[in-house]
Design a protein around this ligand. Structure first.
Ligand SMILES: Nc1ncnc2c1ncn2[C@@H]1O[C@H](COP(=O)(O)OP(=O)(O)OP(=O)(O)O)[C@@H](O)[C@H]1O
Ligand SMILES: [Mg+2]
Length: 188
């Protein structure tokens, strides 16, 4: 099996395991990572925070979003770039932001260029992932969206943090040279 086939097999396996988690397991995982994320945000005094809308059994970011709004943090969500294929923009997300479904069926803020945050103004970026390993390597859905976003993140001064269920950990991911490891992964 070549490396691409290995990566596809890991994606298939873990996505299946993840969608089979019970509602209770999902709820407990969400509570656990929410608390860990809040602690990390407080320690690092992050103000501009990017998250994502969970789907496909990903840990729910809903409780984290609600709490961060109460703390007056500035929240951002990824939006598919209208021209640059496989690139993301990060748009301000408020309780009354108009939302639309993108072509993956994921809800995102309606595009408004005035609401775009340049990545170098971001303090923390929570990323979804399919699989991860002890080294902080991440495997996503296969679009390379986050690998492009995370390029040279050290120079942009934000911290990329993965959120994952325990069942998403593998011993060692077969990585490619473009994969960008995360600063940390919070596991629930
Ligand atoms: N910085 C980059 N510049 C150009 N192409 C890239 C870059 N990063 C990744 N790619 C391309 O994107 C494709 C998908 O990458 P990969 O399989 O690592 O996705 P992924 O990490 O699972 O997805 P995502 O980053 O969206 O979660 C690969 O073909 C790779 O060549
Ligand atoms: Mg990758």
């Amino acid at each position: 099996m070549n490396i691409q086939q290995q990566r596809q097999q890991i994606r298939r396996q873990i996505r299946k395991t993840r969608t089979n988690l019970t509602a209770l397991q999902q709820q407990q995982a969400a509570e656990s990572v929410t608390q860990q994320a809040l602690d990390l945000i407080e320690q690092s005094q992050a103000k501009n925070i990017a998250l994502y809308f969970s789907f496909d059994g990903e840990i729910s970011t809903q409780p984290l979003i609600e709490t961060l709004w109460q703390q007056n943090k500035n929240l951002y969500l990824p939006v598919l770039h209208p021209f640059a294929k496989h690139h993301l923009l990060f748009l301000r997300y408020l309780p009354d932001t108009p939302m639309v479904q993108n072509h993956f069926g994921i809800w995102e803020p309606k595009l408004n260029v005035q609401h775009v945050l340049p990545l170098n103004e971001l303090d923390m970026l929570f990323t979804p992932l399919v699989a991860f390993d002890k080294q902080g390597n991440r495997l996503g859905m296969g679009g390379g969206f986050y690998d492009r976003t995370l390029q040279n993140w050290q120079q942009k001064s934000f911290l990329p943090i993965g959120l994952a269920h325990t069942c998403q950990q593998v011993e060692a991911l077969p990585i490619e040279h473009w994969d960008v490891p995360l600063f940390d992964i919070l596991v629930g």
